[in-house]
Each structure stands twice: as structure tokens, then as C-alpha cells.
Design a protein around this ligand. Sequence first.
Ligand code: GLN
Length: 543
Amino acid sequence: MARFIFVTGGVVSSLGKGLAGAALASLLQARGYKVRMRKLDPYINVDPGTMNPYEHGECYVTDDGAETDLDLGHYERFTGVASKQTDNITTGRIYQRVIRKERRGDYLGGTVQVIPHITNEIKNFATADLGDEDFVLVEIGGTVGDIESLPFMEAIRQLGNELRNNAIFIHLTLVPYLAAAGELKTKPTQHSVKELRSIGIQPDILLCRSERPIPEGLRAKIGQFCNVRKEAVIQALDVRTIYEVPLSYHNEGLDDAVLDAFGITDAPEPDLSTWEDIVDRSLNPDGEVNIAVVGKYIELRDAYKSLTESLIHGGIANKVKVNIDWIESEIFEKDEASVVDRLGSVHAILVPGGFGERGAEGKIKAAHYARTQKIPYFGICYGMQMAVIEGCRNLASMPNAGTSEFGNFDPNVVGLMTEWTKGNQTETRSEDGDLGGTMRLGSYPCNLLEGTKVREIYGKDVIHERHRHRYEVNIAYREALENVGYKFSGLSPHGDLPEIVEIPDHPWFIGVQFHPELKSKPFDPHPLFESFVKAALDKSRLV
Ligand code: GLN
């Protein structure tokens, strides 16, 4: 039977619970254990798919097509274990299920209540669809004391009781430094634990985020006031790269404290060589490259979390530092000269995924500049669609080409596909479907054509990549574009959906309809990002 580790957060939000959990999972993995990670989100959206990235950061998509919280991206990047739909649940989905059951009459006329009906549904979710995992880490979103998260807290309290020695609670808090007093303060942590204990949860381990080392005496004090053993009060100091977190936690004794809390005495020593190598490569690069990311949500970096990490992974693979120059694409629309100003000296340009009209023309300008100036260009999803529109307008005699996503162009070279084939099945989406339900989501196979750059980069002829989009490049324009120097180098198995478009006569110009950034890992950088950063490096050596 799997052992459960519940991770809650206190004092303030944004302490990095997801990262903390992921790092702990990677440490347990390094000791040879099999892990799985889950997230319980207290908001009422059924999934984050319909949320603006400014609200909630990136929406992370799993192989099985679930739109989930970005923390699941951390989980995958640290453990390599592919997340599933069953690994992320929200209040909205829980209520949706309960209400559906109520309408069906499943509750046999009983009164449906938060306890036990909602909490039971949460417990079912936390424990469902597991295999032979040794440890299941369950992170509870939000901060202790939030009204919204109460049913989740109650559910894990009950689980702790039911699972007894097979469940522990880790609480992540903040120990702030007050400059005026010249002191680290433990009171917020004490209050947070008090709040947790008032709902019946006694943490086994406290993970204390702090800017400064927490002296032994202070740790003892925290332990005493919070009813936690001193050895289980772990300081979590800021580190130089997030990939140093597993090593840092290990040095502070987190994994030992976890094993101890479960009474495990025969755990193998961890093999941390992979993390040591990643940290070494990150902190001691042999050079650097400047890559422009031309997007729309650039003020909130969490909106491009996986993308940022994938570029870093590409840097790790090439042992170079990747400096990202975030550029709001709209500025290219307002000021023509800014294109050269901002892109003239970068070593590569990336246009990431996006939705809607705002900033689209600016992205098209970026693609144009990259193509004509022979600067490496990586177009992801929307970035590929914009590159295709640019090519149609400027090379293939379709000056009014566009996408039906924001208008009716002549022609729409990118448009809504309502039907396509997956395996032996036909999938459909309708133009007026729910926003949450009309996307091509999750992993799809793609055939790579022989003799193309992507085939060389991947080193295989069939790949599986994750999707999240409503619109497709219309295959009908393949010939027109191939006549002017493009190559449709990746296609869906039935050849009806263009998945990759490249320009063979360009140092590096690749547009992909999928999101490769969702599958890159620091220990297994995605081949496209590795190759793209290499192209940027080659470019940097030319200028
Ligand atoms: N807005 C585009 C579409 O829906 C691209 C989506 C994306 O970049 N993820 O097809």
C-alpha cells in the first residue's frame, strides 16, 4: 500500500509548495522509490483551462489531455513521471461530480452535505487510480485558513486518521527576517500551525522558507511551539537554481525526516549524481546566448513556466546560460523601428503559444524578421500559425492571409478543424461548443518526414507530443508554401493536420503545432530545445 504525504502551505501564498513537493518526490525517487504526485485545487473552476494565464499562470496539459495546474509541470520536470487527469482536481470538479450524482438519485434521497459527501469525493480522488507507488504526494493548493480549502483540509485530516502510519503531513511556512529588528520571526509559523491544529491536523514536518539560515535554537523553539521534533523542522533557504532544491533539501535532512516519520529505517542512500550534474552545468556554463521570447503574457512569467524551464534545459544540454529577453509583441505593432531595436542583436527568436488577436500582428513581424534576417526561429503553436501566415502573405502571394481565430481573411490559412481522425476514431469539435471543450488536447502522434531537419533532431520517425489548440494550419496551403521554400515536415498519421513546418534553407526555422515545452526535463532536455539553443549558440559565434 502506498504511503501518503500531504503538503499544505501557510503564512503566505507563493512559497513554492509545488516545487517543494516535487523536490521531495525526486529525493525519494533517488532512493529507489516509486512516486506519484497530485494536486487538490480549491478554486471553483472545473479546470484551469478557461482561466486567463494572468490569473493562474500557465495551464499545463497532460498526455491524456487534462488541462491542469502548472504545479503538475514541476512534478513532471522533477520526477519524469507523466501526470494524468486523475492527478489534479478542483473544488469545481468535485462539486460537479457530487451534483451529477445527486441528480441521478445516487444519494437515495439523503441530504447532500460538505461532510461527508464532498469530503468523501475528495478522499476518493486522492486515493484513486494508483498502481504500485511507494509514495503518493498530495499538495493542497491555497493557504491554511482560506475558507475555500477547508473541505480539502478536512478530507486529508480524515485520511490521516484512516491511513494512520501510512500518512504524514508536511507544512510549508515562512520565517521572515525583519530588518528593523535584525531578527528572524517565528510567530507567523506558530500561528499557521495553530490554525492547522485547530482543524485537527498536526504536521509531522515543518519546511520553513527563509532568506537567512535559521539557527538551531530558533528551530528548537519553532519545534516546541508547534509540537514538532526539532529534527523535523527543516530550513528551506533560497537557492541559485530551482534544480538545486533537491540537493539543498537533502542536506537539510528533509528526506531523512520523511522516512523517519514513516518509521522506515532501511531506505537505500539516494543517488543524487543526476542533480549534481544538472546544478553543475547550470552554475558553470561555458558561455551564454540571448533569446527573445515574443509573447503576450510576458509580465507574468508563470504564464510561460514550462517554456522558460525548457529553454533552461536547452541551456543545460549545451552547457550555456540562456538569457531570455521577454518582449511584448504589441510593441512591434505600434513602433516599426522597435523590431530591429529589440531583435537586431538577439541570437534566436521564439514565439510561444497564445490566444486571440491582441499582439498577433507583432508576432507575425517577429517571424518575418527572423526569416529574412536568418535568425533562428522557434514558433510554438500560435508561433507556428503566425509564421505560416507570414509566409503566405509575403512569399506565397496571399497578402491578406490570416486566421479565423480573429476575423475572416482572404484566405484563412489557419482555421477551425471540426473533424479529424485519431487512430480509428473520428474526433469532432463544434464551433459553438463550450470553450473548455473544443480544443485538441493531449498527446497525439506525428510522423516526421524523411530528410527533414526535425527528423534529424529527433532521430526517429514518429513522435508523440502534447497539444492545446483550437485552430489548425489548413493542409490545403501545403503546396503553395512548399513552392516558396517551406517544408511540411511533420504530419498527423492521416496526413490531414500539419504538425511541423520548417524552412530547409534557413539556419533554424521550425514551427510546431504542439507544445514541446510540456515534455522537457532538466535530466532529459527536449531535443527541439536542445537544438534551438545550439542554433542560438552558433549564431552568437557568428556575430
Ligand atoms: N490560439 C491558437 C489555437 O487555438 C494557438 C493556441 C496555442 O498557441 N496554444 O489554435
